[in-house]
Design a protein around this ligand. Structure first.
Ligand SMILES: Nc1ncnc2c1ncn2[C@@H]1O[C@H](COP(=O)(O)OP(=O)(O)OP(=O)(O)O)[C@@H](O)[C@H]1O
Ligand SMILES: [Mg+2]
Length: 141
């Protein structure tokens, strides 16, 4: 039976800044698991995709330099969740690579592109936000 996701009211918003160290990516996953509503039907996808964006912030941007950091904002309402990962920028912009089963890199944004309902990038070389949304839609709660 379909039920209305009991997120209630006007939704909620959480944000946290993480040091840009690879070891922090686990903290990101744990934090998200606590912030998203219990039973959230897109919990696994949200954590998977946020994990990839956090790794990218650490690997490909100034967030990964000494003293660097990145911020995550999560917004949840009855219909969708939105996650934003804001880094400290890099000369090269994120790029979705062509899917090629032989490639061992370029998987992160492919996952985002494949699983997210919508996603995008804002900002410039000084700071970028990579965001995605997962619509709850017809999923059983
Ligand atoms: N936040 C970012 N800022 C700037 N460039 C980025 C960012 N995220 C990704 N990129 C660029 O986009 C490319 C594709 O990212 P993607 O996550 O798909 O692959 P990857 O990180 O290279 O490898 P994988 O995620 O499979 O380990 C990266 O190689 C990098 O050049
Ligand atoms: Mg990546």
């Amino acid at each position: 039976m379909m039920v209305t996701a009991p997120y209630g009211g006007e939704g909620r918003r959480a944000q946290r800044r993480f040091p840009g160290e690879p070891g922090q990516v686990k903290a990101v996953r744990q934090w998200l698991a606590g912030v998203l509503p219990p039973g959230c039907p897109v919990l696994d996808e949200a954590i998977l995709l946020a994990n990839e964006l956090a790794v990218n912030a650490c690997q490909h941007t100034a967030s990964g330099k000494s003293g660097g950091s990145f911020q995550i904002i999560v917004q949840v309402d009855d219909t969708a969740i939105r996650v934003e990962v804001t880094d400290q920028g890099s000369a090269i912009a994120p790029r979705l690579q062509d899917s090629d089963l032989e490639e061992e890199s370029g998987r992160g944004l492919q996952l985002v592109d494949g699983l997210a309902t919508q996603w995008g990038v804002t900002g410039d070389h000084t700071s970028r936000t990579i965001w995605f949304e997962l619509v709850l839609g017809e999923r059983e709660f």
